[in-house]
Write a protein that binds this ligand. Structure first.
Ligand code: ZN
Length: 281
């Protein structure tokens, strides 16, 4: 749900490693690519502000210059266990420091290796522009989005340019979760609590509907109910009382002591819990 921070993570270094790796690959029509073409296909941002392909990328998919990198992508995602290269998918995800799916904000993902370095379970990448229609973007950094399996294989599928690309933008404050007010008292009984999602632009709306976020968040009734319980326990009046006793401001107590524990950065459901917290007073 958050934009991938390209300044903190030495993105130039990532680009350098990725380009060096890609230059060594063997693929169809490689000889037609100049140094500039290589950069465009592998490490430059191919999207405009509306997440559409920028002008000039058409030449890579036409006629003789069509470049097919799909099998090379498979090697990048799942390299030969016996001879791991110095650069591959799991390393990219690790350096990007992404642990929670940026599409849904719900799931952790990681690549698990055994003590010999063999990959047992691998994290997945969504191709923002699907690789069968856009094979020349199969290894473009900005087209490789580390995501959870549900987003990749169940919801996003081969849809192109209708959701937010976390290299370019973020859901951030364009999305707001809320519980239906009349349902909040139901946390005490077993009735289902329903979720609303408000979006302030069309792309966010597409993101939410394509990935079925309302239904997926509503599914986690245990998280909804425990967040309500915590909020009721730490009511504004209770926080005010603690603040008075400590001679500190209620905002400081809420932000520094309580919310920091309940909504740690980089944990799943962060935005969801924060919005519910703000809703219930
Ligand atoms: Zn996801």
């Amino acid at each position: 749900m958050k934009k991938i921070n390209l300044t903190n993570i030495e993105f130039e270094n990532i680009k350098h490693k990725h380009l060096a790796y890609c230059k060594k690959l063997r693929f169809k029509n490689k000889k037609n690519l100049s140094e500039d073409d290589m950069k465009k296909v592998f490490i430059e941002n191919p999207f405009d502000e509306n997440m559409k392909l920028k002008r000039g990328y058409g030449k890579y998919k036409k006629g003789n210059t069509k470049i097919n990198l799909i099998s090379q992508y498979k090697n990048f995602r799942t390299p030969n266990n016996k001879k791991l290269p110095s650069w591959y998918g799991a390393k990219l995800i690790k350096i990007l420091k992404i642990e929670v799916c940026p599409y849904c904000g719900q799931h952790y993902f990681s690549t698990i290796q055994d003590k010999n370095g063999n990959i047992i379970a691998e994290a997945t990448f969504d191709h923002y522009y699907n690789k069968s229609t856009y094979p020349f973007l199969a290894l473009n950094l900005y087209n490789l989005i580390p995501v959870c399996r549900s987003c990749n294989s169940t919801y996003k599928l081969d849809n192109n340019d209708i959701i937010i690309n976390p290299y370019i933008g973020e859901l951030g404050e364009s999305i707001k979760f809320s519980l239906k007010n009349s349902d909040i008292p139901n946390y005490m009984n077993n009735k289902k609590i329903f979720v609303d999602i408000a979006c302030n632009n069309e792309l966010t709306q597409n993101h939410v509907s394509t990935l079925k976020l309302k239904e997926r968040y509503e599914y986690y009734q245990g998280i909804i109910k425990s967040t309500i319980k915590k909020r009721i326990r730490y009511s504004p009046e209770y926080i005010k009382k603690i603040a008075e006793e400590c001679n500190l401001s209620p905002d400081f107590i809420e932000a520094s002591l309580i919310k920091q524990d309940l909504f740690s950065e980089d944990e799943p459901f962060l935005k969801f819990k924060s919005d519910i917290w703000a809703q219930i007073q």
